[in-house]
Design a protein around this ligand. Structure first.
Ligand SMILES: O=C(O)CCC(=O)C(=O)O
Ligand SMILES: [Fe+2]
Length: 205
């Protein structure tokens, strides 16, 4: 961390939020998901569970339950969490971005397997990229500015970005050049801002 004084209070870091046994169970569940559940991005792949805001539908999400292996963890974070993304592999980092308005301004991330360096950049103007959970590393050739602050995020920890940290700062993950023992898997939990009253079959709930 470069400076504690400038970090807004809406950043939360809880080391050892889950136990090593829970971490192992979650990693096994992620690994056993059926192949079509994975979407491959440039530098990582993702699984989406629960509500997914659909950009083409003005970010309205279809209601969908979290699976049994994610729901208890989501409940421990907040009762209303309805959306989870699983990311695998961040060796090449993630460009600074905002998670965007499709979700309420809180994101909670549980890290598994490996550490990462989470970097924050104060948002300078309102035109800066707005991207949602599926954004990827499209412009990874861009030179990164120096972050305003950065944190070492350990596996099994919980990170929460809320309000000012969610909306007033871009976040990204630094590239890691050294060979690593493990790949990093992250579980990001959010609450969709707008959920449709229709279920998956187009019928009213
Ligand atoms: O993997 C992480 O810790 C965060 C990923 C992220 O920022 C995102 O997918 O929006
Ligand atoms: Fe993000």
């Amino acid at each position: 961390m470069l400076s504690t004084r400038t970090v807004p209070p809406t950043f939360t870091y809880r080391p050892n939020f889950i136990t090593a046994e829970e971490e192992e169970r979650l990693l096994a569940k992620v690994a056993s998901a059926p192949q079509p559940k994975w979407t491959t991005l440039k530098n990582r792949r993702l699984q989406n569970w629960g509500a997914t805001p659909i950009a083409a539908k003005n970010n309205v999400a279809l209601p969908e339950k979290l699976p049994d292996w994610l729901a208890p963890l989501a409940d421990r974070i907040a009762a209303e969490v309805d959306s989870a993304f699983v990311f695998d592999g961040t060796k090449y980092g993630i460009m600074p971005h905002l998670d965007g308005p499709a979700y309420r301004p809180t994101v909670a991330t549980v890290s598994l397997g490996e550490y990462c360096i989470l970097e924050f950049y104060k948002r300078r103007n309102l035109d800066e990229v707005m991207v949602t959970g599926e954004h990827d590393d499209a412009d990874s050739q861009t030179i990164r500015p120096t972050p305003d602050f950065r944190f070492l995020i350990q596996p099994r920890s919980l990170v929460m970005l809320q309000d000012e940290m969610y909306e007033g700062y871009l976040h990204g993950i630094g590239e890691t050049w050294e060979d690593r023992q493990n790949s990093r898997v992250s579980l990001t939990f959010r609450v969709a801002a707008k959920v449709s009253k229709l279920n998956l079959f187009g019928k009213k709930r």
